[in-house]
Structure formats: C-alpha cells, structure tokens
Design a protein around this ligand. Structure first.
Ligand SMILES: [Mg+2]
Length: 266
C-alpha cells in the first residue's frame, strides 16, 4: 500500500497525471541528478548550469515548501555553486550530504576503503590534468569532445583496470568518460538512505540521464517514479522517459501539483 503506481516502462510526461494527482496531503520528494539532467553538458564542466527557467522553477518548488534533493557525482560544494538554488545536495554519489546552508557530513569509510583511496591521485596521472576530475572518493576521466583522451585511455585501459581492482576500486563507465570509485558510493546506496528517512506514502521521483542513475532507478522500483531524461530510447530501470527539453515542463507540473495538493490539504 502507498506505493505510487506509475505504470510500465515506456511512459512519457503526459502519462504522469496519476503521479501528480497523488500529491494531496503528502510530502512529495523530488530527487534529481545534475549533469545532463538539470544542466546541459558543456565541454568545460565548470560551465554546465541549468537554464534560468529550470533554476526559477526549482526555487519556486522550494519556496512552495517542496522537498528537492540533488544527487550528483560532483562534489557537493561545486554542485551547490553551479546549481545556484539553496537545495540539499548529496555529492560524490551520496558520500557527502550538504544542507542548503552549507553544512556537510560524510559517510564513514572502512580502513580498506581509506587504503583504496590512496590509489586515486596516481590513477590518471598519464592524462591531461584538465580531463581528470579528482574527487574525495573517486576519480573521473572525461573525454567529451576529447578523442585524444579516449584514445589514450583505450591504450592503457587494461593496466588501469588491473591496478584499480587490486586496490578495491570499481570502474564506472558513464556517458563520455569513466570513473573509478569505492563500490559503496553509488546513487543506489544514496537513494536507499534518502528513502529510509521518509514515509512510504510520500511520492518520490528520481530524474537521471546516465548509467550511474540506473542504481537509483532500481532502488526506486515500486516506491516511486524513475524518470530517464534522454533524447533517445534506452534500456533503463526507469519507468518513464522524458526529453531533456521537457524537464522545465515536468518541474512546472510538479510545482502545480505541489501547490494544488497543499490547497487541498485540510
Ligand atoms: Mg547525469
């Protein structure tokens, strides 16, 4: 009881009326990925920001008392400055949890995980520094619009894999890059923690565009709406797919349903 029925895979934005119709008297939770979902990709990752329309809608959702959590592979403080909206942010695939005011807590790591992290600074040292993103619990290599970086990666991929697996790091391919991280730091694990703190009655959705988001979609199964943001059909654990340009309209409907639900609450 209480789970939101969103139907079968292959649904689109227009099929979400039932989901939005369930917002009365409950606390809907909007969880979203950042890159490629709220913010279009840029070669310069520091320039990837949401449109003014998207930011304005997120701001209005928060002002209407809506709950919004950003769940990203980026560091939380970096995501906060790019997002420009005072949201709760779970960074580094959920390892960090940053309040809207900036207080940040992290998930404790085991001794083996701490040892694995010592490997990270050297892992991508053969690559151009601007293609490497070093984060506290992972390292990512980006080859968007950088065929030279991809070519170089392919040459030494086996060696990297060997070194990473010996250290206890996991490889995570993503759109236009690869990341090596601790196996415990996934969006699925983060989603479990987010859901554990909330009532089963509350409608939850997760918006994401990439392979790292599939862990979160799987955790959400039966509990809310997994929404793949993609211009192309894809095999996904999400039940719904919307186009990237439909994200503002999705947020507009979320805001409308949220305020209508509040008005209908005794
Ligand atoms: Mg993404």
């Amino acid at each position: 009881m209480g789970a939101v029925d969103i139907g079968h895979p292959g649904l689109g934005l227009s099929d979400l009326e039932g989901f939005f119709g369930s917002f009365g008297g409950v606390s809907p939770l909007l969880v979203s990925d950042y890159d490629g979902t709220l913010a279009p990709f840029r070669r310069e990752r520091s320039e990837a920001v949401p449109s003014e329309e998207t930011k304005d809608l997120l701001q209005r959702i928060l002002e209407a008392g809506g709950e919004f959590v950003l769940l990203t592979g980026r560091e939380a403080s970096e995501a906060a400055s790019l997002l420009g909206v005072p949201a709760e942010i779970w960074g580094c695939h959920g390892w960090q949890r940053r309040s809207p005011g900036g207080d940040t807590v992290t998930v404790p790591l085991s001794a083996a995980e701490e040892r694995a992290l010592l490997m990270l600074p050297d892992l991508f040292r053969a690559f151009p520094p601007d293609a490497v993103e070093r984060k506290p619990v992972s390292a990512a290599l980006h080859w968007r619009e950088r065929p030279d970086v991809l070519e170089q990666y392919r040459k030494i991929e086996e060696v990297l894999l060997e070194r990473a697996s010996q250290s206890g790091l996991e490889r995570l391919p993503f759109d236009q890059g690869v990341e090596f991280r601790l196996p415990s730091c996934t969006k699925g694990e983060a989603m479990k923690r987010i859901l554990a703190a909330r009532s089963f009655r509350d409608p939850v959705c997760y918006l994401g565009d990439d392979v790292t988001d599939e862990d979160a979609f799987r955790v959400l199964d039966g509990r809310g709406a997994g929404i793949l943001v993609s211009a192309l059909p894809a095999v996904s654990a999400a039940g719904v797919r919307i186009l990237p340009e439909e994200v503002p309209e999705f947020l507009r409907r979320w805001l409308g349903a949220l305020t209508a639900g509040r008005r209908g609450t005794p």
